[in-house]
Ligand binder design. Structure first.
Ligand code: ADP
Ligand code: MG
Length: 275
């Protein structure tokens, strides 16, 4: 297949869903790794104090390493807390340490508390158009959000251009999404007009159950073209990879999970080329 064209400017994705365990982190790191394998330059920002994305990328995130907290709370340049993936070419990460748990409260009294991350991201020399950031520019920034709608997620929604919402193919999938979408509307009205829910990804899909197919159907009825054609199957290999400090893209590249994430990443890249 021909190499994918690079977007003309950095696409900043917020991966969010206030429900925990729906595949936010798994999708962030695997789509990031897949895009990197497709020749795109990618930055993952871990915005969850749990640091699961950092773990999955094999990036250190013990207390004391330069992290998202330093950029968000102390205003350190993002470039100074950005580290190269030890394993995957074209991939960089900003790790999250447990300090980030305090940021939710520490930020309350800070000036322009909702736009700290936006300022940090746009201040990165590799973020922007080709003219602004040159050949070294990031093609994608993916922000992995915590499972809540607090100040951390709000910062991500203000920083981003597009949202990627992973939806787990299970019975209560759409429940609670209303609250997320209301928050998005509020952000669009007051803080970030440009934010767009561009991408929905169905995760942990089990083709053998009628329930999963029904849920996927319902998600498609509700969101239409925003839903990627590729769903991510439930697969043990996907869930094993993080314990080896790896994404499934390197842990088991031929597995159905890895191939699906590669296909989803390709869809995202192609969808971007027509924007
Ligand atoms: P979130 O970040 O939304 O809380 P995670 O990405 O951490 O969700 O996923 C929750 C759990 O489900 C993790 O243990 C993860 O390994 C597992 N998981 C995610 N996607 C899959 C999948 N496609 N197949 C099997 N397990 C998965
Ligand atoms: Mg997570």
């Amino acid at each position: 297949r021909p190499a994918l064209a690079r977007p003309s400017k950095t696409r900043i994705f917020v991966v969010a869903n206030q429900k925990g365990g729906v595949g936010k982190t798994t999708s962030t790191v695997n789509i990031a790794a897949a895009l990197a394998q497709l020749g795109q330059r990618v930055l993952v920002i871990d915005l969850d104090p749990q640091g699961n994305a950092s773990t999955a990328l094999g990036v250190e995130h013990r207390r004391g390493v330069p992290s998202t907290y330093d950029a968000l709370v102390d205003g350190e340049p993002l470039v100074d807390v950005t580290t190269e993936s030890p394993e995957i070419e074209n991939l960089w990460a900003v790790p999250a340490t447990i300090d980030l748990a305090g940021a939710e409260i520490e930020l309350v009294s800070v000036v322009a508390r909702e736009s700290r991350l936006r300022k940090a991201v746009h201040g990165h020399p590799w973020v922007g158009t080709a003219a602004e950031a040159g050949e070294d520019r990031f093609d994608y920034v993916l922000i992995d959000c915590p499972p809540s709608l607090g100040l951390l997620t709000l910062n991500a929604l203000v920083a981003g251009d597009e949202m990627l919402i992973p939806i787990q193919a299970e019975y209560y999938a759409l429940e609670g999404l209303g609250q997320l979408l209301e928050t998005v509307e509020m952000v669009r009205a007051h803080l970030n007009q440009g934010l767009e829910v561009s991408t929905i990804l169905v995760t942990m899909f089990d083709a053998r159950t009628r329930l999963a197919s029904g849920v996927a159907e319902e998600v498609r009825e509700h969101f239409g073209d925003q839903v990627l054609k590729t769903s991510i199957p439930r697969s043990v290999r996907v869930s094993e990879a993080p314990s080896y400090g790896q994404t499934v893209m390197t842990y088991d590249p031929g597995s159905p999970g890895a191939l699906s994430y590669l296909e989803a990443a390709r869809e995202i890249a192609i969808q971007g080329a027509s924007r």
